[in-house]
Write a protein that binds this ligand. Sequence first.
Ligand code: NAP
Ligand code: SF4
Length: 673
Amino acid sequence: MTDSTQFPLLLEPLTIGGMTLRNRVVMGSMHTGLEDRVWNTDKLAAYYAERAAGGVGLIVTGGFSPSVTGQLSPAASTLATPLQIPRHRRVTRAVHKAGGKIALQLLHAGRYGVTPYKTAPGTEPSPIHPFKHIRMTDFMIRQEIKAFGRAAALAHASGYDAVEIMGGEGYLINQFLCERTNDRTDQWGGGTENRQRFLVEVIRDIRRRVPRDFPVILRQSIADLVSGGQTWEEIESMARKAEAEGVDAINTDIGWHEAKVPTIVTSVPRAAFVKYTERLREVASVPLITSNRINTPEVAEEILARGLVDAVSMARPLLADPEFVNKAAEGRPDEINTCIACNQACLDHVFEGKKASCLVNPRAGRETTLILGPTRHALRVAVVGAGPAGLSSAVSAAQRGHKVTLFESNDSIGGQFSIASRIPGKEEFAESLRYFQRQIEVTGVDLRLNTRVSAEDLKDFDEVIIATGVTPRIPEIDGVDHPSVMTYAEAVLGRREIGRRVAVIGAGGIGFDISEFLTVTKSPTLDLEKWEQEWGVDDEFPGFVTKPHAPAPAREVFMVQRKPGRQGKTLGKTTGWVHRATVKMNGVEQISGATYERIDDAGLHIRLEDGETRVLAVDNVVLCAGQESVRDLVDPLTAAGVNVHVVGGADVAAELDAKRAILQGAEVAAALG
Ligand code: NAP
Ligand code: SF4
């Protein structure tokens, strides 16, 4: 059944060069880690095929380097010889069989490679990667141009429907385009025309090597978000040249990896950068594809309705739900598992050299190993606790056809996710709760809210999954029972009044979240103008960056930990720096190496590393000192001979982690009879 009335523009076909897409959803390029090893080819094919079957218009692969010098890391994916064609054909065949189309992205990392043999146009080393690069000679530049052309021809021979040239995110082409990284004085550097020459020649060589109707898409950086980046005039002139040289579509790209402005994390307002793609319409007549923080069909449809861009690129939302397009087309958008832009299982993994998956959809990247097929023996399954682990277990088991009863002692589902969704900039977590709530209805899970169960109540079930989560740890500090003290859950759920001066005990993920909760006046996610001021984004300046304007914090906050050294080291690889910058911006005083002496009417008494004592004269103390597992049902159930599985925080509180919780829930459900 197709109900395209809700998203008529999103579901309209689009022609790019000689290729017609069935709709306007492009799955943007994202490295998964499966590209790099030959033995993972079938896993990669299955991953893409599932998205093709889910209805996406075009898939763009993760970046393949046209040469060894452009690799992202040693042994990372390349497309440089005809010997690689058979492997790529396995991928393109799988996608075509599933009814989809797929473009190969050509990405030369330049100074962003993590190899000792990387090459780049200028002299400045990458501030975020090890190894010095080799500065390219004229001969090397010409060789790389030919490598791009050869790789495009190989992509065509491999059955890809198009190629995309990666010209953004601070990779090689972007390095040529910007003064920041191009200090050459020959014909490849200096004025705008010289800096643009490399990209122009790359497009020319590709166009010479592939048929005219084979689409060439340019991923063009339209907001570098670094000083020394391109001006708007340069961006416009590059778009004009690209079109004149035979580029069939421009897929706009935002921000370098070394940018100090977040571009994709959950606190970035939805569709924050679409206005720049729209502005490019004034000079571009080829289809324009926009991207960044677009994660629902509603937002995508709204963008297309403004009539200035032609398609919407989403990478992570297609990891989160391969059926995104089908669900939108069938009038079931409320069943979409929405990407919450946490980066925890996708980009954090990629930057740690691990395979990408998805926090809310652990099957992503595990299509051939985590199978949630229909069961032949429906069991009576009890799940206790409706936090992320319990929800994942319950819904996955019910999807397989088991008869699931989900018990929750609170009056709503969500557990730690309900707390997270109230943190400014983390509002997207509410989408996961909406998804699970809808799945409970769709799969027929029997949800019993306000129900605290005993072991006795559970003994007649075939399988019991304990997902009772955690309770905040109460540290042993003299005066911890003082009326000014509260747990983070009490603070966030609004159960207690909080004064103007607050000490936060603990500087882990939750300590940072709470410090933001206490100081941020209005969520930046909900106010684009305010967010731009906070991060200093302004398209009047080259690279679109200017001085940030810190907002006035709502409270004076001290964040304290016992460990010495910098706080926030355990935060996510791609998101931690945003949290560290946010608390700094909001004036949070960070105190490490503290010993807690006592809490009393005067506030929190601590001793510092140098032995000096200090009283933090605060109105309240909020405890963010980790958690302890709640698992009191486990022993009695085991003793009664019931099949018990323990998942999420109830299993391991020390690394309370929604990624592990949701994966564990799905794995337990997959293993049930
Ligand atoms: P956590 O990251 O383990 O941090 C616990 C904090 O409590 C530490 O700063 C620790 O510092 C302190 N602590 C531990 N035992 C203590 C004690 N007995 N007395 C006083 N202080 C104590 O745990 P969390 O903050 O609760 O976060 C839980 C999990 O959720 C983490 O795995 C985290 O990755 C995840 N999470 C992440 C984010 C994010 O990345 N933004 C946000 C929320 C949650 P000292 O021992 O040095 O005092
Ligand atoms: Fe989105 Fe988080 Fe999943 Fe990545 S891990 S795709 S950011 S929900």
